[in-house]
Design a protein around this ligand. Sequence first.
Ligand SMILES: [Mn+2]
Length: 343
Amino acid sequence: MSAHPQKLGMHASMVAPETGAALAPGISTAKPLAAILDVLHRGERFLVCSHTHPDGDAVGSMLALGMVIEQMGKAAHLVTADRVPIQYWQLPGADAIHTMPRIRGRYDAAILLECDSLERTRLRGLEELFLVNIDHHITGVEFAHLNWIDHHAASVGEMVYQLARAAGVAITPQMAQCLYTTILTDTGGFCYGNVCESTFALARELVEAGADPIAVARQVYFSAPISKLLLLGAALRRLKREGCVAWLWVTHQDTQRACATEEDCEGIVNVALGMAGVDTGVFLRELPDGVIRVSLRSKGRLNVAAIAARLGGGGHQNAAGCTLEGPLPRALKEILAELRGDL
Ligand SMILES: [Mn+2]
């Protein structure tokens, strides 16, 4: 992959939604990073949120941004609607992330990390706040008052790192550990197409700043509960392949039998992608209400984000997802028809 000539400011702008808080006077609309810094300098209390079912990037970037804000002498409250997955509990400050359905209290701004809408947070009470959107998804949406979307960033954590540098705060070992986690997990262990020279340069800087890559890898990749492996077993019994596409699925009953949680589904799709000759992997999961959650991965040029977007979802070129109506065979037929059309 070639170097990115213009890392900052791409597809970024500031918009004023018709409803919502008024823009703070005097904030420049041209440079979103500078505008975000301006918001941080002017305010005292900030809310930092991310999406439902937070992943390594969501958790790591929230924690690191909280540290940046605190180093600036301000208060940061970290909130998600779903709990932090167990493999991220060891991250510095992870116990400061509160899980709650509704925001209360006054904040100078709410900073939403990798969300394409307010709904992605599943948090109520954000509507009244000044909203800052920091995202790196190719399907990113400028829904907030201030939007910084850079789909060349390997993780939102990489953008938080840029923010930290621009703010002039020290990259502490704790911050480095959180940011390294965002890079490792969002690149699938430096495997996905979003990896480029600068990804390794950043990883090196973070390790130099005190991140422990071995501890992070052990927590992320070598600490699975047995429920996760039992669910993987159920999925693998149904592994199917057609040309360069492989798929597997689990029913709600499989999930119950394995005593598995939503978190235990993480990464199952990558097993399908591990097969020789396969460049697109699909994992379907039946939710308790019969709705089907679909995860798509590609290791080739196929843009699974475009496929997911056609079905109402989104994501990255090599990693995307969508939600389809059940039952499972119907959803499988729909996603395979969409994939066959693109191959
Ligand atoms: Mn991400």
